[in-house]
Design a binder for this molecule. Structure first.
Ligand SMILES: Nc1ncnc2c1ncn2[C@@H]1O[C@H](COP(=O)(O)OP(=O)(O)OP(=O)(O)O)[C@@H](O)[C@H]1O
Length: 465
């Protein structure tokens, strides 16, 4: 929780803010235009954005509006930087949801205080969201397929034990939901459930995320008084409860060794600390990789695999249990119907049949997103018909002879849909080229691995085993 994005067209301001904040232990990225910033924000979750109100390509207030439209977990706290004569607009921005504003010329002291407070506000929002998520999950893993019934029974049986669980399944199949359901039915239910996605965090930060750090050992060097330079890692925050390690196959061998030692000893040394911290944590891990194959390739430690894999769970992809679709749709219609003030919205049998025919590369997450999107995009209808479904679903992706998506413009109902199809196609091609190796495909695409990973998740792309 220390990632700042500076958006200012003046290079001098960007550079001086960057060096001050880095010195204080923050992880800093900069952008010169609103367009560049929004592109970054769509892919990486920043905690605080320092946003100049006057940008060459867009008005700061418009950019603020767009930032607030991001997926809720990605919405940062925004601090407006205003110049002379734009203070009124900055005040207006705080009414529109900006956290605070800073006036140019910037005061070092005030900048640091505002950023620190904005970080705290962001942390608080995240804690509240996590609390709400925990309340929302009553351990309901929906589905009437044999596989889902068996999984629910496994959860009931295994939840009260302290046994470690490893959940296998493609992206979006519900692995985290199952982890949460296990926690909700366990004796640890009143203690925290903490999730860490090992693939979404850059390699350099994963150890400090897992184990935290103590004064003077923050990434990017030590800071000075007044900044939050002690961080509790996920192991510490999950003490007494459950730690859910998502995409565990994406941890480096070095981090795997540390996790293994922590599991064996139930204690660890935060980065820069002189005394170990003892914890009582149940680990539930999840992966969409074939870990046995990763072991054979030398990418995953066999001893860690056996420690994690005490009780294996397998969640099949949605295309192999299409009988779950009607119940899932019913649940999502209820959820989003309530959220958007349309409690009686339903779906026709014809539309449901169409959903049954689709191959769901993004699994239940894709279905859930689809239901939400259709409800939002059709504010007046009570019954969702086949014609309301996105074209890619009711026609299936049109492949050309070479296997590429046919991108004739009439295949898409919006620019967004066309862009997503292009991106999905291009990423799949790169993944094929590198035999499913996400790190190498990311290199080939000129992206950070964590960045590509987020894109894949958003586009419903999963790596074929
Ligand atoms: N059986 C289910 N019943 C109800 N909701 C489900 C079910 N399976 C998945 N979902 C919903 O689908 C979305 C994706 O699920 P989840 O995040 O648990 O998948 P995942 O396998 O952990 O994905 P990833 O590997 O990409 O992290 C969530 O919103 C979740 O609540």
């Amino acid at each position: 929780m220390n990632h700042v994005l500076i958006v200012d067209d003046e290079a001098e301001i960007r550079e001086s803010l960057e060096s001050i904040l880095r010195e204080e232990g923050y992880l800093v990225t900069t952008a010169a235009t609103a367009g560049e910033a929004l592109e970054l924000l769509r892919d990486v979750a920043y905690d605080v954005v320092l946003l100049d109100i006057w940008l060459p390509d867009r008005d700061g207030l418009d950019a603020l509006g767009e930032i607030r439209q991001l997926e809720s977990e990605n919405v940062p706290e925004v601090v407006i930087i205003s110049g002379h004569g734009t203070i009124e607009a900055a005040v207006r921005a705080t009414k529109l949801g900006a956290y605070d504003f800073l006036e140019k010329p910037l005061s070092l002291e005030r900048t640091l205080i505002v950023v620190k407070n904005a970080m705290k506000a962001r942390q608080m929002r995240e804690d509240n969201a996590e609390f709400a998520r925990q309340l929302a999950v009553k351990g309901t893993v929906t589905g009437q397929s044999v596989a889902m019934k068996a999984l629910r029974q496994q959860i009931r049986l295994m939840a009260p034990t302290n046994g470690r669980v490893l959940i296998f399944g493609e992206s979006g199949t519900g692995k985290e939901l199952i982890g949460r359901a296990m926690h909700a039915e366990s004796l640890r239910r009143d203690r925290p459930f903490v999730e860490l996605n090992c693939a979404a965090i850059p390699e350099d930060y994963i150890e400090s995320e897992l184990f935290g750090y103590r004064h003077g050992a923050a990434p990017q060097g030590a800071g000075t008084a007044g900044t939050p330079l002690e961080k509790r890692g996920t192991f510490e925050r999950a003490d007494g409860g459950t730690l859910f390690l998502d995409e565990v196959g994406d941890m480096s061998l070095k981090t795997q060794a540390k996790v293994l030692r922590t599991l064996d000893e139930q204690r660890f040394l935060p980065v820069g600390a002189s005394h170990p911290v003892h914890v009582d944590v149940r680990v539930i891990a999840a992966t969409n990789k074939d870990l046995e194959e990763e072991i054979a390739r030398g990418n995953f430690r066999e001893d860690l695999f056996y420690r994690l894999n005490v009780i294996p769970f397998y969640v099949p992809p949605l295309r192999d249990r299409k009988e779950d679709i009607p119940l899932l749709v019913k649940e999502f219609l209820q959820q989003f119907g309530q959220q958007y003030g349309r409690p009686h919205v339903e779906m026709s049998e014809d539309a449901l049949n169409t959903l049954r025919q689709y191959h769901w590369p993004g699994n239940v997450r894709e279905l859930r997103n689809l239901v939400e999107r259709v409800i939002i995009l059709n504010p007046k209808i009570q019954k969702i018909e086949r014609k309301h479904l996105p074209m890619l679903v009711y026609r299936g992706p049109k492949l050309t002879e070479s296997g590429r998506i046919n991108t004739r413009s009439e295949e898409f109902s919006s620019l967004l849909e066309a862009r997503e199809a292009y991106e999905r196609d291009y990423i799949l091609k790169k993944l094929d080229e590198f035999h499913g190796n996400v790190s190498r495909a990311a290199e080939g695409l000129g992206l950070e691995r964590s960045h590509l990973y987020r894109k894949m998740k958003a586009l419903g792309v999963s790596v074929k085993e």
